[in-house]
Design a protein around this ligand. Structure first.
Ligand SMILES: *[C@@H]1O[C@H](CO)[C@@H](O)[C@H](O)[C@H]1NC(C)=O
Ligand SMILES: *[C@@H]1O[C@H](CO)[C@@H](O)[C@H](O)[C@H]1NC(C)=O
Ligand SMILES: *[C@@H]1O[C@H](CO)[C@@H](O)[C@H](O)[C@H]1NC(C)=O
Ligand SMILES: *[C@@H]1O[C@H](CO)[C@@H](O)[C@H](O)[C@H]1NC(C)=O
Ligand SMILES: *[C@@H]1O[C@H](CO)[C@@H](O)[C@H](O)[C@H]1NC(C)=O
Ligand SMILES: *[C@@H]1O[C@H](CO)[C@@H](O)[C@H](O)[C@H]1NC(C)=O
Ligand SMILES: *[C@@H]1O[C@H](CO)[C@@H](O)[C@H](O)[C@H]1NC(C)=O
Ligand SMILES: *[C@@H]1O[C@H](CO)[C@@H](O)[C@H](O)[C@H]1NC(C)=O
Ligand SMILES: *[C@@H]1O[C@H](CO)[C@@H](O)[C@H](O)[C@H]1NC(C)=O
Length: 325
């Protein structure tokens, strides 16, 4: 609704700008054919959603809009989460930050839990399965840790329960519920465990080993938790193993990093097909993705800005002066 209104209100100036832009790019095309190749986004595109900047190739709305606000797969929706608190989402996953230079984005994903139910006297499992297959995103293997919190738990992360090729697990115990052995800031198997995830993961499941449960220690540690967490965002607190504090601190969702890329072609292949090559700025460079297929763009040294926009990389004058010296 909001986006549709925004476009309708400004359709006249947008046409005029688009016409001027196409004249400029036609002029440029005469000199430098490669520059005009990939259609450029209209200046009308929404570039902020709530507190989050949305730089191209990301954009708000449909990824086939005539304004070319986004490259395919990079379109987000800007959702009112209540009381005019707008936040960008990819499907049902919240995006809390986009980092062009690193080819990364920060998302929030749900914490899985495994809790003893004193009524049914059974374990209740609540798990969430993030699925980014076929998208430009892959979970960062360097920026995240699979994090497990609890006093008697073994949790797994993998691409498919029991049959997957990519599986990691982590055990956490507390000496039969003796919580005085827990230490703040230390996550090494007592009340807390962390392990790395494999490269190339775009989909995962979290599951708990039923042989480790809290049916004997529910008075001190009723629930176990597991989540993929941005490593720099997590510090173990002893209360996480003995109460819902972990879940509550993160409101049920931890931040994590995803690597994104212009999928499927290498730099070499994409450069040979100008109509598809996304590093359109002069003074930009192409790098093959280090997590999955595809490539990312960056401004060359001494230049800053958006390599995915024509003339998006701007010279840094002092760096330029230094080089002249
Ligand atoms: C992106 O655009 C496509 C259609 O072009 C649409 O099906 C999809 O839902 C959009 N994604 C988001 C997150 O808005
Ligand atoms: C892009 O350039 C920035 C600053 O020069 C650098 O920090 C970053 O690592 C580069 N990214 C890639 C993917 O090379
Ligand atoms: C415990 O199990 C009962 C019966 O299966 C269910 O009604 C109740 O919601 C569960 N309690 C919690 C806290 O999940
Ligand atoms: C990349 O290729 C895979 C396998 O051919 C396909 O499933 C996926 O949708 C492609 N991704 C994109 C972003 O085009
Ligand atoms: C609990 O752990 C503490 C510290 O490791 C230890 O001193 C104490 O003896 C343990 N208590 C029991 C009941 O095992
Ligand atoms: C760990 O830190 C929390 C919060 O700062 C505090 O409440 C708790 O007592 C600390 N635990 C220990 C064992 O020092
Ligand atoms: C808890 O684990 C024990 C030992 O592995 C097992 O015998 C018991 O059935 C499990 N209890 C529940 C509620 O899953
Ligand atoms: C947990 O506490 C309740 C009430 O204090 C008690 O009846 C029960 O035996 C305790 N359970 C365990 C496993 O210690
Ligand atoms: C952890 O991430 C949340 C959400 O992105 C942020 O509000 C918080 O400041 C971060 N904390 C640390 C210690 O990085």
């Amino acid at each position: 609704m909001v986006l549709a209104k925004h476009i309708a209100n400004s359709s006249m100036p947008s046409l005029r700008i688009a016409r001027v832009l196409s004249l400029i790019s036609a002029a440029l095309a005469g000199i430098l054919p490669a520059l005009s190749a990939l259609p450029q986004p209209s200046s009308n595109c929404q570039r902020k959603c709530g507190q989050v900047d949305i730089p191209y190739p990301f954009g708000i709305g449909s990824d086939d809009s005539p304004n070319h606000c986004t490259l395919p797969g990079f379109n987000l929706s800007c959702v009112d989460t209540g009381g005019h608190d707008y936040r960008p989402f990819y499907g049902n996953v919240e995006v809390v930050g986009i980092f062009l230079q690193k080819g990364q984005a920060r998302m929030r994903m749900s914490i899985s839990s495994y809790c003893y139910n004193t009524t049914s006297k059974d374990m209740d499992q609540d798990e969430w399965i993030p699925d980014l297959t076929g998208t430009p995103y892959a979970f960062s293997d360097t920026g995240n840790e699979f994090t497990v919190v609890g006093c008697s738990t073994l949790a797994y992360i993998g691409d498919e329960e029991n049959v997957g090729k990519l599986t990691s697990g982590c055990v956490s115990t507390c000496q039969r519920g003796n919580v005085s052995a827990l230490t703040n800031g230390t996550c090494s198997g007592i009340g807390c465990c962390q392990t790395a995830i494999p490269k190339g993961l775009q989909y995962f499941e979290v599951w708990f080993d039923q042989r480790f449960n809290t049916s004997e220690i529910y008075n001190t540690s009723r629930c176990s938790y597991a989540a993929l967490v941005e490593a720099s965002n997590f510090t173990f607190s002893t209360s996480y193993a003995t109460s819902p504090a972990f879940y509550d601190t993160y409101s049920g969702q931890t931040p994590l990093l995803v690597d994104w890329a212009i999928r499927n072609e290498t730099c070499e292949k994409a450069q040979s097909r100008p109509g598809l090559y996304a590093c359109v700025s002069s003074n930009s460079q192409c790098f093959n993705s280090i997590n999955g297929p595809g490539y990312v763009c960056n401004c060359s040294e001494g230049f800053q800005g958006n390599p995915y926009l024509v003339e998006g990389c701007k010279g840094n004058e002092s760096a330029y002066m230094n080089r002249l010296r």
